[in-house]
Design a protein around this ligand. Structure first.
Ligand code: UD1
Length: 390
């Protein structure tokens, strides 16, 4: 019997990104595919869902992402139009590049749109960050998650709740593989490069004296439609931020959706506070620095809940639920919703040293992408699966 290994001819793995939270997940996957022995050829496709310099290009550069091989340039629109436009433009890309499989990450509209097109054309779909559930169908991301997982072929999970959720939805565990968290791969490899908060403030022409003598501060990000699209909800939340700022200076990093709504609803005055520094969307290394040095983070972002757990920084999540329960059970996250008393209590607890310390969840160790590359290689050859489902 010959001992020579016969490598199957594998077409390129088509890696899809669309919106900001996809970029930090895909960067380490691309690197791991290239570093795998033998290398897995890949192509990077950007749908163009996020297109601003600050929301897209700046992150590509900081994360060392290559220039996309394909850009669909879809831009912003209603959910229906945006999803449909990605689908319409993605189909010819599949026809041209004939990938061995498509990798989608997370839960944005681009994730679902590309999944639907690929599965209907018989191209295997691999979903990274599968199985997360908020059980809140009012979140557009929840719809994207449920539908993507139903039809994707290989499901990589970040935490143990995910396999339980998938099983409840009738998904066979053979399709599921627990690999850990690729976003934490990015965080750990970039942490030494994080930009200091003082430098970020100065780069935005803000005097670091805004942080006061102690230099302690909280970081705030808000962008969920449920928090920022309704004028009264947004007004109430901004009012609470004013009360928090009386206890701790705040750095508020504004998403374009939120900034637009604040202007449209005439709420800018609520952030006009000498203890609140307002920043436009930040690059990856700037955000990493802001979070790492913060006393606490107030957010409705999914990614920040995980990143603060990895950094050991207390996080108060301005949502009633989370699709990432491990950040609450094991990490530094506390759900406070939009309730004024709960938010202020959470802040006071942290300021009095009673913030959650947390521990690092299993496989949030910087090697999730490596596990994906190893498993994907096996899977594409149709010969068993390297890592067990949890
Ligand atoms: C999207 C994702 C959300 C993710 C968020 C991170 C969906 C359903 N939502 O929400 O899960 O947490 O990205 O940012 O996919 N805009 C710009 N420039 C840009 C992009 C957007 O100005 O580069 C503005 C536009 O006014 C646009 C609005 O932001 O209409 C919303 O953008 P969209 O991509 O629809 O959703 P996000 O709120 O960014």
């Amino acid at each position: 019997m010959s001992s020579e290994r016969v490598e199957p001819n594998i077409g390129p793995v088509l890696c899809v990104v669309g919106a900001r939270p996809n970029f930090m997940k895909m960067a380490p996957i691309l690197r791991a595919l290239a570093a795998h022995e033998p290398p897995l050829p890949s192509l990077l496709l950007h749908t163009g869902q996020h297109y601003d310099q600050a929301m897209s290009d700046q992150l590509f550069t900081a994360l060392g992402l290559p220039h996309p091989d394909i850009n669909l340039d879809v831009g912003s629109a209603s959910h229906a139009v945006q999803t449909a436009e990605v689908m319409r433009r993605f189909e010819p890309a599949l026809d041209t590049h004939k990938p061995s499989c498509v990798i989608v990450v997370g839960d944005v509209n681009s994730t679902l749109a590309c999944t639907l097109v690929a599965v209907k054309k018989g191209v295997p779909v691999v979903h990274v960050e599968a199985g997360l559930r908020s059980y809140d169908r009012k979140m557009p991301e929840e719809i994207n998650r449920v539908l993507t997982d139903q039809v994707a072929d290989r499901l990589y999970t970040t935490e143990s709740s995910a396999a339980d959720n998938l099983q409840r939805e009738g998904i066979a565990l053979e399709r599921v593989c627990f690999v850990g968290n690729v976003m934490i791969d990015s965080l750990l490899s970039n942490r030494p490069l994080a930009r200091r908060t003082v430098d970020t403030l100065q780069a935005n022409r803000i005097d670091p004296a805004v942080l006061g003598d102690g230099g302690r501060y909280g970081v705030v990000t808000l962008h969920r439609p449920s928090n920022v699209d309704d004028p009264e909800t947004l007004r109430a939340l901004l009012g609470v931020l004013g009360e928090v700022a009386a206890r701790l200076p705040l750095i508020v990093v504004q998403h374009p959706r939120t900034r637009g709504n604040i202007e449209r609803f005439g709420l800018g005055g609520l952030l006009d506070n000498e203890r609140i520094a307002l920043l436009p969307p930040q690059g990856y290394l700037e955000m990493l620095g802001l979070m790492s040095e913060a006393t606490l983070v107030l957010t409705d972002s999914g990614g920040l809940q995980e990143e603060t757990t990895a950094l050991g920084v207390p996080c108060l999540t301005l949502r009633a639920n989370t699709e990432r329960p491990i950040t609450v059970d094991e990490g530094t996250n506390t759900l406070v919703g939009s309730d004024r008393t709960a938010i202020l209590q959470g802040v006071d607890d942290i300021l009095q040293g009673r913030g959650k310390q947390g521990r690092i969840p299993r496989f949030w160790d910087g090697r999730a992408s490596e596990r994906i590359a190893a498993d994907l290689w096996q899977w594409l050859q149709g010969s068993g699966h390297g890592v067990a489902a949890e």
